[in-house]
Design a protein around this ligand. Structure first.
Ligand SMILES: [Mg+2]
Length: 231
């Protein structure tokens, strides 16, 4: 029986933070009259801070996705005393640019190709359904990926065990997964590494920034370095 080899998408296979920064900079320039003399770095930090708080609230089911989409622009705009009424227009302009800025991280295609030779490959992500499906289609990841497990479709977000269990059910059906190796690679220590471990998976931490680990874990700085761990 082949193992389950599952991967996080944003900032693991795909350079989400890079695309976000490019799209934010372009959007900031396009709306220059609105932002005025505010330095871009301050705006980006405020946006990321607001976005992280809102994602946490979304994860606790305290707010819905529409509110998240609107407020991640409206909240930082308001914090600088700028016109929060423009949040929707700016958000739409940002998303269009974000989609154009997507690129895979180095080694992602090679890693997925190697994984598909050795096991059943899946993507398991907390991101928004249309965006994650569009990323998979853009880079034709279906060439290697057989299972796509998305929090919006499962009704649970990482680090909850339910989303990892849903992945096992999707891959194994009613047949027991005992004895099958289950590897999960992700870039967020709490959600990906600790979540996967608590659900009985073998976690690998993708750590390109070589951050200090909060707890012992297998970690790699390059996606290619995961290949020897797959078998
Ligand atoms: Mg990630």
């Amino acid at each position: 029986m082949s193992g389950l080899l599952f991967f996080d998408l944003d900032d693991t296979l795909l350079d989400h933070a890079g695309a976000e920064a490019v799209a934010q900079r372009e959007t900031f320039s396009a709306f220059g009259t609105l932002f005025g003399p505010l330095p871009f770095a301050e705006w980006l930090a405020a946006y990321r801070g607001a976005n992280a708080l809102l994602w946490a609230a979304y994860g606790r089911a305290e707010i819905g996705r529409e509110e998240l989409h609107r407020r991640r622009f409206a909240d930082p705009l308001a914090s600088f005393g700028l016109d929060a009424g423009a949040a929707e227009e700016i958000g739409a302009a940002y998303l269009e640019r974000y989609r154009r800025a997507w690129r895979l991280n180095d080694g992602a295609a090679e890693l997925l190709a190697a994984a598909a030779e050795l096991g059943e490959v899946g993507i398991l992500s907390n991101g928004f359904r249309e965006l994650q499906r569009a990323k998979i289609a853009r880079f034709e990841l279906e060439r290697w990926v057989r299972h796509v497990v998305l929090s919006e479709e499962v009704g649970a977000m990482k680090p909850a065990r339910a989303i990892f269990d849903a992945a096992v059910r999707m891959a194994c059906g009613e047949e027991a997964a005992d004895g099958r190796r289950k590897l999960y690679l992700g870039d967020q220590f709490q959600t990906d590494v600790l979540g996967a471990r608590a659900a009985g998976w073998f976690p690998v931490f993708y750590n390109p920034g070589r951050l200090a680990l909060p707890a012992p874990a297998i970690h790699v700085a390059r996606l290619m370095d995961v290949i020897p761990l797959l078998a």
